[in-house]
Design a protein around this ligand. Sequence first.
Ligand code: AMP
Length: 113
Amino acid sequence: MAEPSVFERIVAGEIPSTKVFENERVLGIRDIAPKAPVHLLLFPKTGEYANVAELAAGDPALLADIVAIAQQLADEHCGGQYRLVFNTGADAGQTVFHVHAHVLGGGLTEASL
Ligand code: AMP
């Protein structure tokens, strides 16, 4: 068995986090190293999808839920305007291979990726 991802460990309560959203299937937290004034992470509780393409193929409704929740959180935290980023692959900056959306807002710069 693969080691649980950091996000699975957060879901299990083994690592602390600042939660901003939770339902049966999705957790939203504040990024520990924010790249923008608002930097939230949204991910499925299941760690079975490594990236957004796998999630789109395996459970498109769950991906659609994550996009809708991103809008809801952006409405609450940064006036509904935001950047939604799914890094895919190590060369693109992905470090956690448990699909997650970065919700960035509140005054973005070129470095907010
Ligand atoms: P990525 O580089 O796209 O895989 O994004 C992983 C993100 O997870 C980075 O922005 C990290 O700062 C963030 N991160 C890693 N560990 C934690 C943690 N324990 N709590 C909150 N965010 C984390």
